[in-house]
Design a protein around this ligand. Structure first.
Ligand code: NCD
Ligand code: ZN
Ligand code: ZN
Length: 457
């Protein structure tokens, strides 16, 4: 009798960990070959491997997918680079990011998309999708941008930024018709621009320069109206839409109404809306708090949490929007750069909540991995640990403790509003397509390892 041929060697086996999916957490080993998961099961049933990672005592999660980041290049390298940002992502357990188009130049043409792709592909250590910008003057180029590899498109329905002006409703409806035809989900910064402009001018004319004026400008109504208008336009055109950075409990009934009547709408919220309120201004600096849409008064975070847990809000993203601290701390509120870094701290903040019993790891995997992958057409290649999926894997040690500290973050604009937040549970190793890109809080990936998630089509 001839012995059976030896099983083929695979690249990697991860043994001893608890593999987390939205509905299950089970002990299992994972075999990886050529960047993909090739087997999951009992360790003795898996093929032999060139390398073994012992994950005893650790949880094994799919890498998080952050569909809302601003990695700032080209144009604003002093705030962030693709190197610093993807290092932050990798350390934070994020293996895929979708980068927003409000760069300089904005990502509103095939040429700009290709320019950003070259920058990202040279530096990134995690995978990435690039948003194309929807403007009034480039509607005839959206299809070409999609063919050139735009992963999704961004509509600035609420914008005072001249780089990315808000198109008129006529152009928005035409853009949605194009998106519907292309079958691409469109992400919307849903605020009412005329309302923001009018109120902003009135407040400035009244001499207001204080932080509260930012909230008075960005009243909840601006978001509520834009969310419901987006739903009506999406319903009419058949476009798939995604509501960015939901900030107010007042939008939630409108989101539920849209979903109930069958609008293909997904919604995200971000840690700053879940963990902060205007009460934090005293500690952090009132002007430092500026973000669009604003962090609102106490009373919103609870309903937003509930909506995230019941699925009204589908996705946890970060709106990672790094600026230098000095840019955020100017005396006049209108001059303060809006936004916070978030890509490195989102998972640890949520793991701390898991430790407190406020959600399960499975729920976290649903909102941070599975739901974004499904919404943006990456599932089941990403967002799940299953045979055939990319080996985007995060090992989590729920016993690791510490505190969030800005100077420990990898972003250039590291001005986190979560300074000193307690950590219980950390990602200790992050793999992108089978390669380790972060280990024990340090980025170790090779720049250029990160790949675009959508090839030119
Ligand atoms: C974002 C930025 O800085 O690019 N700022 C913010 O306050 N969220 C822009 C945006 O997401 O609208
Ligand atoms: Zn926005
Ligand atoms: Zn944003």
């Amino acid at each position: 009798m001839t012995p059976p041929p030896p099983a083929r060697l695979v690249d990697l086996v991860i043994t001893g960990g608890l593999v987390v999916a939205p509905e299950t957490t089970v002990p299992a080993a994972i075999a990886v070959d050529q960047g993909r998961i090739v087997a999951i099961g009992q360790p003795d049933a898996l093929p032999p491997a060139r390398e073994t990672i012992d994950a005893t005592g650790l949880f094994v999660l799919p890498g998080a997918i952050d569909v809302h980041v601003h990695f700032r290049e080209p144009g604003f390298s002093h705030k962030e680079t693709w190197t610093s940002a993807t290092q932050a992502a990798a350390v934070g357990g994020v293996t895929t990011v979708f980068d927003m188009p409000n760069t300089d130049p904005p990502t509103g043409s095939v040429a700009a998309l290709e320019q950003k792709h070259a920058i990202a592909a040279a530096q990134a250590i995690v995978d990435f999708g690039l948003y194309g910008l929807i403007g009034e003057t480039n509607l005839d180029q959206l299809e070409a941008m999609a063919q050139a590899g735009a992963a999704s498109f961004k509509l600035y329905m609420g914008s005072e930024n001249p780089l990315v002006p808000c198109p008129c409703d006529g152009a928005i409806v035409e853009a949605f018709e194009i998106m519907a035809r292309l079958g691409i989900r469109c992400t919307v910064h849903a605020e009412n621009t005329p309302l923001l402009s009018w109120r902003g001018e009135r407040l400035r004319a009244a001499g207001r320069t204080d932080a509260a004026a930012h909230l008075e400008q960005h009243i909840d109504l601006a978001a509520v109206e834009a969310v419901s208008r987006t739903a009506v336009f999406a319903e009419w055109t058949g476009a798939k839409v995604h509501i960015a950075h939901e900030s107010t409990r007042h939008s939630l009934p409108h989101i539920r109404f849209a979903k109930d009547r069958g609008v293909d709408m997904t919604v995200e919220t971000c840690p700053h809306y879940l963990f902060l309120s205007t009460d934090d201004g005293a500690r952090l600096g009132e002007n430092f708090m500026r973000v669009k849409p604003p962090v609102r008064e106490p009373g919103h975070a609870g309903p937003l949490w509930n909506a995230l847990l019941d699925g009204t809000i589908d996705i946890l993203s970060t709106d990672h929007a790094p600026h230098l601290r000095a840019e955020k701390m100017r005396p006049v509120i209108w001059d303060c750069a809006p936004g916070f870094p978030g890509v490195e701290t989102s998972m640890v903040l949520m793991l701390a909540e898991v430790s407190r019993g406020c959600l399960t790891l499975g729920q976290y995997v649903r909102m941070a991995c599975e739901a974004p992958a499904k919404a943006f057409g990456l599932y089941p290649r990403k967002g799940v640990l299953a045979v055939g999926a990319d080996a985007d894997i995060v090992l989590v040690d729920m016993e690791k403790t510490g505190r969030v500290a800005a100077d420990g973050l990898h972003s250039i604009g590291n001005a986190t509003p979560f300074e000193s937040f307690e950590i219980r549970g950390r990602p200790v190793r992050t793999l992108v397509r089978g390669a380790t890109v972060a280990l024990d809080g340090r980025p170790v990936g090779t720049p250029g390892w990160g790949r675009a998630v959508t090839a030119p089509r």
